[in-house]
Design a protein. Sequence first.
Length: 196
Amino acid sequence: MYKRTQRTLWLVSMILAPSLLAISQFFWVDGVLTSTAGALQVLSFLFWIFAFQGMFEQIRDDYPRYAVWGFFLAVYGCLAGNNFGVDGIFNDAFRNVVSDPAIKFNGKSGPAAFFAFFIPGGLAPLSWLVLGVLFLIKKKVPTWIGVMLIIAGAGFPLSRIPRIELLAHIDNALLLLSMVIIALKFYSPTERETAM
């Protein structure tokens, strides 16, 4: 029962995490997260933690050390995703009471921002990329799915840092499609019955 519930959580998370991230993109305004986009991103990265747990479970036997430390780094990356979402919520709120529309909390918080935003900011997309490579090496997924996950991992910072919305939408679509297929391959009811 525990294993079945755990696998269900991983399946749901692997679909919800990229879905919420993709939806949040539609609430950007001029490349900036609004409160709605921020809230959706916070929820997305909550589910990303369990999505990563489910993916790292798949490489545990082949790469036991990386399965532990890679998951640790991926969770730190998820904290950055959450923090950027909260940043969007607060920036949106402050735009209603402060005349400076360019105010940015993370830009005004000094060195602390590096630990909350910038250092972990690349860890989630790097984890997608590395997992895509490892899934390909161990033939866990079809080649085109692994390549799609790798491209999505590389495309995440390339679209977010310069805030290119069209590229971000394309990246979200690649991430969502690859994750849905990976989730169903690893944790669909049929796979679940086979693994139990």
